[in-house]
Design a protein around this ligand. Structure first.
Ligand code: ADP
Length: 308
């Protein structure tokens, strides 16, 4: 059995419904990735690395992880903190706006719970995934510990995977994000960026320039997501390959497009599926997810789709 560890934050989500009440669920980029990976490739042991509190929301969140068959051995409990929270509100044009309460979240302190015993556990994994949101969420004073852990995992042969998922408001400045991302590019064996991340942070808006920018880092597998257009893949040190995405017209909610893509792609790669076939599966899953509401779509519907 392959072992996948994903470090990040899962939040309480509140969504305004048409009747102007709030529907509560749980989401977060790394968690969404874990869910779609596990739903599609049940034979991979998927473990979240995060921290929650002792409040009822945290207990429900842990239960939700378990309901999705996600391992919770490395879901730590803070005595003093609670999970982060965000709300999604729709304006009169159907545009979504997000409001976050996450400064004090338990997940920010995840590194306080990771000692040599946990690093040994993570070192026995096959893959370790984190995102630019994970990097922004880890407390600045714990960054050295985080990178020292990543170095140890890499030295143990764990494949390091990074998705930049740049969110400007989580960083003090673009330069702070750039400095952390540079360390991630050095560490990454696989990189799953979206072009929009690079456009916002580096003013780079096409795959060819991204490939040029990333060349010095020697990343083994580079999968560039460009929404409904294409996915550009660079692997086996050969020429980039452009995969055309079949665009869907009935887009309901693009939340989690990139996350579901990542989960399915990485699960496929862990199962030895070739890069372009993995991209094909991943883009079909992402296309399904965006035709449904919410970050985590209905389990039964998704499972029916993924069997086809
Ligand atoms: P992110 O959520 O990281 O911004 P993208 O918008 O690039 O990610 O979307 C991730 C993946 O979702 C794309 O690589 C593509 O496979 C799929 N996708 C996104 N938009 C569409 C669309 N309109 N039709 C079909 N597939 C889409």
């Amino acid at each position: 059995m392959k072992n996948m560890f994903l470090l990040g934050e899962c939040m309480i989500e509140l969504m305004t419904t048409s009747s102007n009440t709030m529907k509560q669920s749980f989401a977060g980029d790394v968690f969404n990735t874990a869910v779609y990976l596990k739903r599609t490739f049940a034979d991979v042991n998927v473990q979240l690395v995060t921290a929650v509190g002792k409040d009822p929301f945290s207990l429900n969140m842990i239960q939700y992880f378990k309901d999705e068959n996600i391992g919770t051995d490395l879901v730590f409990t803070s005595d003093t903190k609670i999970p982060g929270l965000y709300s999604i509100q729709l304006d009169e044009h159907g545009e979504r706006s997000f409001t976050y309460w996450r400064e004090n979240a338990a997940a920010r302190q995840v590194m306080q719970h990771i000692q040599s015993e946990q690093i040994a556990q993570l070192s026995a994994g096959d893959m370790f995934f984190f995102s630019g949101i994970s990097l922004a969420v880890v407390e600045p004073q714990a960054r050295n510990d985080f990178w020292s852990m990543v170095k140890q995992l890499k030295a143990s042969g764990v494949q390091i995977v990074f998705d930049p998922n740049y969110r400007p408001r989580l960083w003090q400045s673009p330069n702070e994000a750039k400095a952390q991302f540079e360390l991630a590019f050095h560490a990454a064996d696989t990189l799953l960026p979206g072009i929009d991340d690079f456009e916002q942070l580096y003013a780079i808006n096409n795959a060819a320039d991204m490939i040029g920018f990333l060349a010095p880092f020697g990343i083994g597998e580079l999968i560039i997501k460009n929404g409904p257009e294409s996915v550009v893949a660079l692997f086996n040190q050969s020429e980039p390959v452009e995969f055309k995405v079949k665009p869907v017209t009935n887009v309901v909610d693009t939340t989690s497009a990139g996350d579901s893509f990542n989960g399915v792609h990485l699960g496929a790669r862990m199962n030895g599926i070739a890069v372009l076939d993995a991209i094909d599966l991943a883009s079909k899953s992402a296309a399904f997810v965006i035709q449904h509401k919410g970050a985590i779509v209905d389990k039964v519907e998704f499972n029916q789709f993924s069997k086809t």
